[in-house]
Structures are given as structure tokens and as C-alpha cells.
Design a protein around this ligand. Sequence first.
Ligand code: UTP
Length: 312
Amino acid sequence: MFDISAQASRATHAPQPVRTAIFPVAGLGTRFLPATKATPKELLPVIDTPLIQFAIDEARAAGIERFIFVSHPSKASIERHVRQDANLARQLRRKGKNQIARKLEEAALSECEHDIVFVMQDEPLGLGHAVNCAAAHALPGAVAVILPDDLILGKGCIKEMVDAYQTAGVGHMVASMQVASDKVSSYGILDPIETNGQIIRARGMVEKPDATDAPSRQAVVGRYVLDGSIFSDLDRIEPGAGGEYQLTDAIAAGAARLGLAGFAFSGTRFDCGSKAGMLAATLHRAQQDDEFADVLASVAAPMSAAKVTVAA
Ligand code: UTP
């Protein structure tokens, strides 16, 4: 683990504008095979909204100017989803489906309003490598990184973080939530110094520790606001856990120089990289929409009947 003194961690870092968001979407999505053989994980829907759309909407709400997607040549449908499709909108309007045409236009990124950049990561060499593929395209200042398979519903997480970053006085900020002790070995875990509201100042972080060695239960999840020097630290790291270039290692390497904080976001997070998380997100959204009340009631009734039978 990289460690920094409490004194260094309190050093104030001049706030930088956050104009760029990086979306790493080049992974293999093996946990969802065979669904992800031909359909990118990032396009799997929670009811009718693909994961990548939630991520785009979150970045747009945070006032991001440049959207950099780090994709793979086999995942071209992500770009088709992200950009406007004038032809489809025309066809829908011709059929009188104006409302859905407008919905699609509002969801897609517009080249008049945003910079849209696609770069390719030809081999999935890890999240750190994916983020570094965006280096040449990032605007000056800090960068936001959003992992679309970590779905955070509620108050826009990356906006909350960008706002907090302006006064936190740290170079790197990572979204953080407390997890059960049997889950710490699945996450990057913060080594906290002190908590002030939603800001958790930390000495460093350690990737996937054993529960017994973990410095806390404060897990890092898929939203980051990172000082622009992250790219030079990414250039220097060696492959870490699993032979992959770990973003965590580059963040930890900069922590002593820049200060590091976790951010206890206020939304609800679903790990949509896992089947259970995807199901939970789907049920959560269904419960919030009257359209699905009857379906939910009809599946819940036989399930509780089955439970009674088992218990008996
Ligand atoms: P994950 O590790 O959750 O995604 O990466 P994965 O590797 O695609 O999924 P599994 O574990 O095999 O099921 C989180 C995000 O980072 C991207 C993924 O596309 C996902 O959006 N990623 C990961 C890259 O872009 N490149 C990589 O080398 C690794």
C-alpha cells in the first residue's frame, strides 16, 4: 500500500476545472457471457435504458464538455448508441412516433453541444491502461472517470463530486461507500484519516485486501475525479493485480503528492457488472414505476407461496 503522512494529506491542492469525462467501455464483460458475446455490457438495459445512457446523463448534469469513450473495435454499437441518428429519428417521425424520436434525440450526445471522442483500447489490459488511452484527448484540468457498470441512482454522483472537489483541497477524489467485511476483498479500500461531512481524507488505498488486513470498510466504487497528473502516473505504473494496469495503483502513487479523499455519495449504487446487481437495479426501477406494479405483484405472490411451502 502507498502511504502518506497525515500532514501531507492535509496539504491543500488548488482546485482545477473538471471539463473532461472518460468512460472506459472496452472490457470483455465475461461475467455476463453469453449475453455480452455480441452486445456490449455497457449497452445492457435496466428496463429500457442502457447502462451507458445513465453514465452519459450523469456527466451531462455535471457540465462536462468533452466525453471520451475508450472502446474496442468489436463494440461499435456503443458509438451508434451515443451519437445522434437522424435517419432513425426521421423514420420514427414518418410513422407518427414523435415522442420516442424526441426522447432519442435528447438522450444522444449532440456534436453541437459536446465534444465526443472515441479512442480504441485494442486489448483489455486493465482499467488503468484504458484511462491512459484517453490521455492525449483530455482537456486541461482534472478529469472525471465514470464506470458505466457501476450504476448510481439518485442525486447525480459525478456532479456532487465535481462540486465537492472544488473545495476539498485534494488532487484525487474517489467515490466511496461502506461495505460488509466479507466484501472488502472485492474492492479498493481506503485508509482513512478523518471524515468531514461527505469527504473522507485518506492516507492511501489498497486494492482488494483480505478482510483481516483491510484498513477500513470504505470501498472505492466507479466514479473518480482525478488530477491531470494521473496520466504521468499511469505511464509509470507496472502491471499489478491480475497482470492488469490498475487505476488504483496510479491514484495511490499520486496520493502523497496531491492528497486523496473518498466521497460518500448520496445516491444508491448498483453493481451492474454482476448479475445480482443488474437484477437489483431492474427491480428498484420497476418498483418506482406504477406501470410495473401488477407484474411485480404477480411474481411476488407465487414466490411467497413457494417460500411457505418450503418452510412447511
Ligand atoms: P470490469 O472489470 O467491471 O469490466 O471493468 P469487464 O472486465 O468488462 O467485466 P468482467 O469482469 O469481465 O465481467 C469496469 C469498466 O472498465 C472497462 C469495462 O468495459 C467496464 O466498463 N474496462 C475494463 C476497460 O475499458 N478496459 C479494460 O481493460 C478493463
